[in-house]
Design a protein around this ligand. Structure first.
Ligand code: VG1
Ligand code: CO
Length: 530
C-alpha cells in the first residue's frame, strides 16, 4: 500500500479485495489524527466518477463518522474534480479531504482506482505524511465503521450519519465562484460573442459538468463546445489522458481545415490540460512558460507573479521567462505535493509540470479548466492566435525542444537494473559522448521546511545545456513505466519550426544508447511519445 507520485493507485480488483480500501482509509485517519481527535472538524470527499467511486464514498462516509469527524462535505453524485476538491477544502476551512481518483489511468471494473489525502491547505499531503500513512498500513489490524444505510448522493441535502453531518454539495458552484474571482468573465463572454470557437474534450471524465457550466452556460460558448462532457464510470473505455495519443481526435480536428480557435482537453480528475492552437500543439512545458509570460493579462495576476516553479523533468522554457521577469524559478521533484510549501509561503504564483499540469496559488492542485481560462484570457487580451503567441514567444526566448518517451508496463526488474546501471554506462561510454556538465540522481531540499527528497530521477546534462532524464513512474499499476525526458535549446528563430522528434533525433538515439533501452526492455519503440 505504498502511495506513489499522487496517492495510492491500484487495480479496482485490488481495492475490492478483502478490506483493502478500509485498511488504507483507516491508516490515513490514524496517521493524520490530531491529539484531540477529529471532533469539530470537517472532511471533504469527492472523486472523478470512475467505477467504484460510489461504493468507496459510502464506505469513507461511514468510517469518517466512526472516527469522530463532525462533518463531511461530499460532491453531488460523489463528483469533485481534484482542483475543485482543493478549493472546497480551503474555502470551507476543512481539516482535509479524501480524493478518489486514479487520474489519467483507465477506469472500469478492469481499470484502476485511487485515493489520496489532501491537507488543510488543499494540497496533496507532503512526503512526511505519506510515509506515516504507509508505515501505518504495515501494522494496521482494525478499522472503525458505522452501521448505517447509504447516503443518497444524487440530491443536494444535509443528512445525519451517526454523530456526523453529511452535506451533499453542488460539485461546481464553489469552483465557478473562484474562477469568476480570478478572470474577467465579461471579457471572455465578449470573446465568444465575437465568434471565437473553443473545442474542449472532457474525455468522458470529471470536467464535463465544470466545462458545460463555465464555457457554455456562463461564457456563452456555442453548444457542442464541450465534447464527451458526461462523466462515464469507464470513461467510454478510453484513457482519460490528455496527450496526443489519447486525444488524437482533438488533435486531428485542430490540424484540420475548419479548426476552431483553441482546442483543449483535461484528464480523469480534471487537473491536467492539453492546449492545441489552430495548427499548432503547444507542448505543456512551453504552455507553462507562455502562461507565466502573459499571466498579468488576467485580473488575478495583474500585479505580476512572485515566482515560478517547475518539476525537474519539465523543460527550462519557464526558467527563461522567470529570468526576464526577474523572479525566482524553483526546480522540484515530480508531483504536485512539492509545490505546496512554495505556494503557501508566497514564494511562487505559478507552477507546472511537463505532464500537462499547470496551476497557481488559487488552489493547491494543478487545474485543467483554470489553465484553459487563462489561455482564453490571454488570447482575448492579445487579440492574436495561439500560434502567433507561441511563435513570438520562441522568437523572444528561444525554443526548448522537448519530448517525453514512455515505455509502459515493462518488466520491473529490468527497469530497476536499467536505472541502476546508468552510472557505469556513462563511465564506459564517456569518450564517445558529448561533454558532460552534470550527471546525478536528483535530490531536492525544500527551501521552506528543509526536508530532503532523494532519488527523484537521473539526469544527464551536456555542456550545451541539452538534457536526458530517466525516471520510473510512480503512478502506474502494472510492471514499471520508464519515462525518458529529452530537451535541447534552440536560440535560432529560423530553426523554430522543426518537427520535435527530428529536432531531438540525435539525443533520442543517445538516450537509448546510454541506457540500452531497446535491448533491456525488448521494446522497439516507446508506447507513448508526448
Ligand atoms: C505522473 C506525471 C507527474 C504527475 C503525476 C500525477 O507521475 O509524470 O508529473 O504529477 O502523474 O498526475 P509519474 O510518477 O507517473 O511520472 V495526475 O493528473 O495522475 O494526478
Ligand atoms: Co490528473
Amino acid at each position: 500500500m505504498k502511495p506513489g507520485t499522487s496517492g495510492l493507485r491500484k487495480r479496482v480488483t485490488e481495492f475490492q479485495a478483502g478490506h483493502y480500501l478500509a485498511n488504507f482509509v483507516q491508516s490515513v485517519f490514524d496517521a493524520v489524527r490530531p491529539g484531540e481527535g477529529f471532533g469539530g472538524l470537517t472532511l471533504v470527499v469527492g472523486g472523478d466518477g470512475r467505477y467504484f467511486n460510489d461504493t468507496a464514498i459510502q464506505l469513507v462516509l461511514k468510517m469518517a463518522a466512526a472516527n469522530g469527524f463532525a462533518r463531511v462535505l461530499v460532491g453531488q453524485h460523489g463528483i469533485l474534480s481534484t482542483p475543485a476538491a482543493s478549493n472546497v477544502i480551503r474555502k470551507h476551512q476543512a481539516f482535509g479531504g479524501l480524493i478518489l481518483s486514479a487520474s489519467h489511468n483507465a477506469g472500469g471494473p478492469e481499470g484502476d482506482f485511487g485515493i489520496k489525502f489532501n491537507g488543510d491547505n488543499g494540497g496533496p499531503a507532503p512526503e512526511k505524511i505519506t510515509d506515516a500513512i504507509y508505515a501505518r498500513t504495515q501494522v494496521i489490524n482494525e478499522y472503525l465503521t458505522t452501521d448505517a444505510p447509504d447516503i443518497d448522493l444524487a440530491i443536494i441535502a444535509k443528512h445525519q450519519l451517526g454523530g456526523m453531518q453529511v452535506e451533499v454539495i453542488d460539485s461546481v458552484a464553489d469552483y465557478l465562484e473562484l474562477m469568476k474571482s480570478l478572470f474577467d468573465f465579461p471579457a471572455l463572454k465578449a470573446l465568444f460573442a465575437g465568434g471565437f470557437r473553443l473545442a474542449f474534450d472532457a474525455m468522458h471524465a470529471v470536467t464535463g459538468p465544470y466545462a458545460h457550466a463555465i464555457f457554455e452556460q456562463e461564457l456563452g460558448a456555442a453548444p457542442g463546445t464541450v465534447m464527451n462532457g458526461t462523466p462515464l464510470t469507464d470513461f467510454g473505455g478510453e484513457h482519460p489522458d490528455p496527450n496526443l495519443v489519447h486525444a488524437h481526435k482533438l488533435h486531428a480536428l485542430m490540424m484540420g481545415k475548419d479548426a476552431p480557435d483553441l482546442g483543449a482537453a483535461s484528464d480523469g480528475d480534471g487537473d491536467r490540460n492539453l492546449i492545441i492552437g489552430r495548427g499548432l500543439f503547444i507542448p505543456p512545458s512551453d504552455s507553462l512558460a507562455m502562461l507565466a509570460a502573459n499571466a498579468h493579462l488576467a485580473p488575478a495576476y495583474a500585479a505580476g507573479i512572485a515566482g515560478v516553479a517547475r518539476s525537474m523533468p519539465t523543460s527550462g522554457a519557464v526558467d527563461r521567462v522567470a529570468q526576464k521577469l526577474g523572479v525566482p524559478c524553483f526546480e522540484t521533484p515530480t508531483g504536485w505535493k512539492f509545490f505546496g510549501n512554495l505556494l503557501d509561503a508566497g514564494r511562487i504564483t505559478l507552477c507546472g509540470e511537463e505532464s500537462a499540469g499547470t496551476g497557481s496559488n488559487h488552489v493547491r492542485e494543478k487545474d485543467g479548466v483554470w489553465a484553459v481560462l487563462l489561455w482564453l484570457s490571454i488570447l482575448a487580451a492579445r487579440k492574436q492566435s495561439a500560434l502567433q503567441i507561441a511563435h513570438e514567444h520562441w522568437a523572444t526566448y528561444g525554443r526548448n525542444y522537448y519530448t517525453r518517451h514512455d515505455y509502459e508496463e515493462i518488466d520491473s526488474a529490468a527497469a530497476k537494473q536499467l536505472m541502476a546501471d546508468l552510472g557505469t554506462q556513462l563511465v564506459t561510454l564517456k569518450g564517445e559522448l558529448p561533454k558532460l556538465k552534470l550527471a546525478d540522481d536528483f535530490s531536492y531540499t525544500d527551501p521552506v521546511d528543509g526536508s530532503v527528497s532523494s532519488h527523484q530521477g537521473l539526469r544527464i546534462v551536456f555542456e550545451d545545456g541539452s538534457r536526458i532524464v530517466y525516471r520510473l513512474s510512480g503512478t502506474g499499476t502494472t510492471g514499471s513505466t520508464l519515462r525518458v525526458y529529452i530537451e535541447r535549446y534552440e536560440p535560432d528563430p529560423a530553426r523554430h519550426e522543426l518537427d520535435t522528434q527530428i529536432a531531438l533525433g540525435d539525443l533520442i538515439q543517445l538516450a537509448d544508447r546510454i541506457a540500452g533501452i531497446r535491448e533491456r526492455t525488448g521494446r522497439e519503440k516507446p508506447d507513448v511519445i508526448t
